[in-house]
Design a protein around this ligand. Structure first.
Ligand SMILES: [Fe+2]
Ligand SMILES: [Fe+2]
Length: 308
């Protein structure tokens, strides 16, 4: 794929930031009061479409009862929410660093602060959601945690906004599908609806900042940023489902994780979740060279994606 229908020229920075601020003033939500947290989560529904569960289509999936499959969907969506919190925490720090060096009277810096406020509320929402799904805190492995710690401290402008865009686009694809599916548990759909609304602004902001900054960078920074983005994308997408989810339905966690990694349905889902981000990065020239190999190996391109 070499072209895209998405415009890659940035619009006026202050003009777009003012529009985003006006939209935030009109449509921002407090999940603590917008969402009915008292309503019990029933066991009758899936918490994500069954074909998006990581083991769907495998012999392990065939061996589960319908109740176990639904339970696995609740555990996996809770694990994904945990990754959401991890990344939002990283993003909040990156946005604070972004604002630190800039003029706070400009609209684009004020939008950065506004987005940090949104992400604070989202992380509390996801944390409450995890509890309601009956899931524990699935703690990230030390390697991913260390990578996140380094990344949030040293990311440059293009990495801050490309990594933000990657994770936001991934969740956006999942949540748009879930909120339109009436088979899905109502709490999952309510959380998805709220998040999708506010994230649309974040993705616009990230895309604008990225395509403004990227062409100004020299070849060394670009090569470095392409590689680091690919590693971040590969690691964060690999950690979406914590192996502890499988243990909750009586499966061997390591055996199930291996089955998920090999599962063509799960790889196709990851390609599908990543497709908008891949389209933007391809058009911007962020997916070329050795980085492309990492994206492909991670199952983020090549399964029903632009190269299929
Ligand atoms: Fe968010
Ligand atoms: Fe966001």
């Amino acid at each position: 794929m070499t072209t895209t229908t998405r415009p890659l020229r940035p619009t006026d920075r202050e003009d777009i930031a003012q529009r985003l601020l006006r939209s935030s003033a009109k449509a921002s939500y407090n999940p603590l009061t917008e969402i009915d947290w008292e309503r019990p989560v029933g066991k009758d529904n899936y918490a994500m479409p069954p074909h998006r569960v990581s083991l769907y289509g495998t012999p392990l999936w065939d061996g589960l009862t319908e109740a176990q499959r639904k339970e696995l969907s609740r555990q996996e969506i809770a694990s994904i929410a945990n990754i959401g919190i991890w990344f939002e925490t990283i993003l909040m720090q990156m946005l604070i660093r972004h604002a630190y060096d800039r003029d706070p009277t400009t609209s684009h810096v004020q939008y950065s602060y506004t987005e940090i406020g949104d992400e604070c509320r989202h992380s509390v929402m996801f944390a409450k959601f995890i509890r309601k799904m009956g899931a524990p805190h699935y703690r990230l492995d030390p390697a991913a945690r260390s990578l996140g710690r380094v990344f949030k401290t040293i990311s440059n402008g293009p990495l801050t906004f490309s990594a933000a865009l990657f994770v936001e686009e991934l969740l956006d694809q999942m949540q748009r599908e879930a909120m339109a599916d009436e088979r899905i548990d109502p709490l999952t759909r309510a959380v998805a609806r709220l998040h999708v609304t506010e994230e649309a602004r974040h993705m616009r902001y990230a895309r604008e900042e990225l395509i403004r900054d990227w062409p100004r960078r020299g070849p060394v920074t670009r090569a470095y940023s392409r590689l680091v983005l690919a590693v971040v994308a590969a690691i964060s997408s690999d950690r979406l489902v914590h192996p502890g989810c499988y243990a909750r339905v009586g499966l061997d966690p390591e055996q199930a994780r291996r089955a998920a990694r090999r599962n063509p349905h799960w790889r196709a889902s990851k390609t599908w979740f990543a497709r908008q981000a891949v389209e933007t990065f391809t058009a911007a020239g962020m997916l070329s060279g050795p980085a492309r190999y990492i994206w492909r190996k991670a199952g983020l391109i090549g399964y029903g994606g632009p190269d299929a």
